[in-house]
Design a protein around this ligand. Structure first.
Ligand code: F6R
Length: 601
């Protein structure tokens, strides 16, 4: 999780910045990168530790503009770049066309690493700036060439009175303060002092000076936007336009996926993901056992398809609360993985210890919290770090687990010589498409809201899927239970005929995850059985299916093959959320549930 923040003032902006940072300490960010300065040169600073550390790092030399990126994890060095001492960029997000852009920039004489989008963007803006001599125009020209999900902030050494910002989909909010302007991708950092704000629309570029904001649209034409007032500065205001943290956290996912892909790289090696020691320890493993609970168990069930199908490793997935008491057998050279968003679930900790006791040769913790008990217990750590999840119902931490375990599978596959050439290129291509595809799923909210109004009247529901979407159907059903208070069950389509079909009638709707892949026809046949029993179907599919009586269809973004579970998970989260809202349920703290179970119950 990260925030982009920037400030510009008529005079020294540091007092306002330091005031703002004091407020932000409470949010628990550890990594800070900062870019500031003017005609004497642009200064890059990066600090690990609370944002207050930035005060020591920047010092007290007056400056009238600062660009920051705060991270919940380590400082995002890759997110800040100065090109040829002239153009400085701080960004969030990722690019889809990095490779072609890097080739083009190299042919123009720039250092351009396809793995470093900030380097590419700063070089491209520098290139346009050579001829256009106007930072806003140069940024706008560069943005036309960028494909991806990003928000950028840009400064030029020789024009200390300006910051330029642009977005392709990650929010940029610009707020006035007493002496100038501030911007951020979230409302919360602006709350301490902002009076009103302007929202940039994807494709727009804004020039911010201490006295005004000028916006140009995607076609380069100036556009006017009246600032909107900020609602009362209470805790709920940090929710911005969202009524609940669950909704906000669902909507954060595309940007978080993009940030993770840039931080880790698209297809990182095991050494890049887990360090040299991690790569060495995993060089000789022959099998995997994963222990987890609840949603994390569903993430683990999904990961099994990747660990077996991509990395070729026999994998078993165990419910932690049962496995800890199993008189089990662990084969030689087994990697035991504990998956837990909080890293504090007592059953998962005990199950990982049990796997080690049974003979697992290496342990790995996968968690959102780097210094959690799970991460301390495991020999190796894979941290997701998508920031605090306030809603009890997990959403962004779930998709973060999926992405990190997919990347782990790719790393293992590369190490085992199972992923080379065309297959590696295809995995890279699909991963680069993921953030925008996730954004495409969120665009289905109005359709899912219509479904929700109908489903809110039901008391029972099935979610179905096949292959790696079967665990996602189970996860969707869990979301329906915990926040929508529906009796929901997740089934593999092929299992309906072995029992569950007996329950299907006009009062039991079925939500289906139907990516158009080789198993689609089979799932369609399963769904015909539901229709024959008058069950109403709600089908999520990338295929252009026609809606009909008792057949509702929502068109999913393009097929991302192995990554489809991430997209379908987001759709089901959104549906469960909308149903819960329709029913007037308590969203962020559902009845009888807690965020983490640190003791056995
Ligand atoms: C559901 C949910 C729970 C947790 C489970 C395990 O939305 O969040 O099912 O997944 O309690 O918690 P962690 O992942 O922290 O071990």
């Amino acid at each position: 999780m990260s925030h982009l923040i920037g400030l510009i003032s008529a005079s020294n902006t540091l007092p306002t910045l330091y005031h703002q940072i004091e407020q932000l300490d409470a949010f628990g960010f550890r990594g800070v990168v900062a870019l500031h300065g003017g005609q004497d040169g642009l200064s890059e600073t990066s600090v690990a530790g609370l944002p207050a550390g930035i005060v020591d790092a920047i010092g007290d030399t007056p400056t009238n503009r600062v660009l920051l990126r705060l991270d919940w994890g380590d400082p995002a060095q890759h997110a800040m770049r100065v090109c040829r001492d002239l153009i400085g960029v701080v960004m969030r997000g990722s690019l889809q066309n990095s490779t072609s852009l890097a080739n083009r920039l190299q042919s123009l004489g720039y250092t351009a690493d396809a793995k470093n989008p900030t380097e590419l963007i700063s070089a491209l803006i520098h290139w346009y700036h050579r001829t256009q001599r106007d930072l806003t125009r140069a940024t706008q020209s560069a943005v036309q060439e960028l494909v991806g999900l990003f928000a950028i902030s840009v400064i030029e050494r020789d024009n200390p009175g300006e910051i330029v910002v642009a977005t392709s989909g990650i929010p940029i909010l610009i707020a006035s303060h007493q002496n100038g302007f501030a911007f951020s991708d979230q409302l919360s950092p602006l709350l301490p002092f902002a009076r009103d704000l302007i929202r940039l629309i994807p494709g727009e570029v804004a020039s911010i000076t201490p006295t005004q904001v000028q916006i140009i649209d995607a076609s380069g034409s100036p556009t006017r936007r009246n600032p909107e007032p900020i609602s009362p500065r209470n805790e709920r205001a940090a929710l911005d336009r969202f009524g609940h943290f669950m909704g906000k956290e669902i909507h954060e996912q595309p940007a978080l996926l993009a940030d993770t892909l840039t931080r880790n790289g698209l297809t990182p090696s095991l050494a890049e993901l887990l360090g040299d020691e991690g790569a060495r320890l995993l060089a000789n493993i022959d099998a995997v056992v994963i222990v987890a609970s609840g949603s994390s168990y569903h993430a683990a069930l999904t990961a099994r398809y990747w660990l077996e199908g991509v990395a070729g490793l026999p994998t078993s997935v165990e419910l932690a609360s049962e496995y800890r008491y199993l008189d089990g057998v662990v084969p030689n050279n087994t990697l035991a993985i504990g998956v837990s968003q909080s890293g504090e679930t007592a059953d998962t900790l005990a199950a990982l210890r049990h796997a080690e006791y049974l003979g697992a040769s290496v342990t790995l913790g996968v968690s959102n919290v780097r210094d959690s008990k799970l991460m301390q217990l495991a020999k190796l750590q894979l941290a997701n770090e998508v920031g605090p999840e306030i809603a009890v119902t997990s959403t962004k931490t779930f998709t973060a687990q999926l992405l990190s375990m997919y990347q782990l599978s790719l790393g293992l596959a590369q190490q085992r010589g199972r992923l080379t050439g065309a297959a590696l290129e295809e995995a890279t291509r699909l991963l680069s498409l993921l953030p925008r595809a996730a954004l495409g799923v969120l665009a289905l909210e109005p359709v899912l809201d219509q479904w929700a109004q109908r489903l809110a009247r039901s008391t029972h529901l099935f979610c179905v899927g096949r292959h790696s979407n079967y665990p996602i159907a189970r996860e969707g059903a869990l979301k329906m239970q915990e926040v929508a208070y529906l009796h929901a069950e997740g089934h593999p389509g092929g299992e309906l005929k072995h029992g569950p079909l007996a329950l299907v009638d006009a009062d039991l709707p079925v939500v289906a995850c139907l990516p158009w892949n080789p198993l689609a026809e089979k799932l369609l046949a399963n769904l015909q059985e539901v229709r024959a029993r008058h069950g109403e179907l709600f089908v999520l599919s990338d295929a252009g299916l026609a809606a009909a009586d008792r057949l509702n269809v929502a068109r999913m973004p393009e097929d991302l093959r192995e990554l489809n579970p991430i997209l379908y998970a987001i759709a089901l989260q959104l549906l469960a959320y909308r149903i819960a809202v329709c029913k007037g349920n308590e969203i962020d703290a559902p009845r009888h549930l807690a965020k983490a179970f640190a003791t056995e119950q």
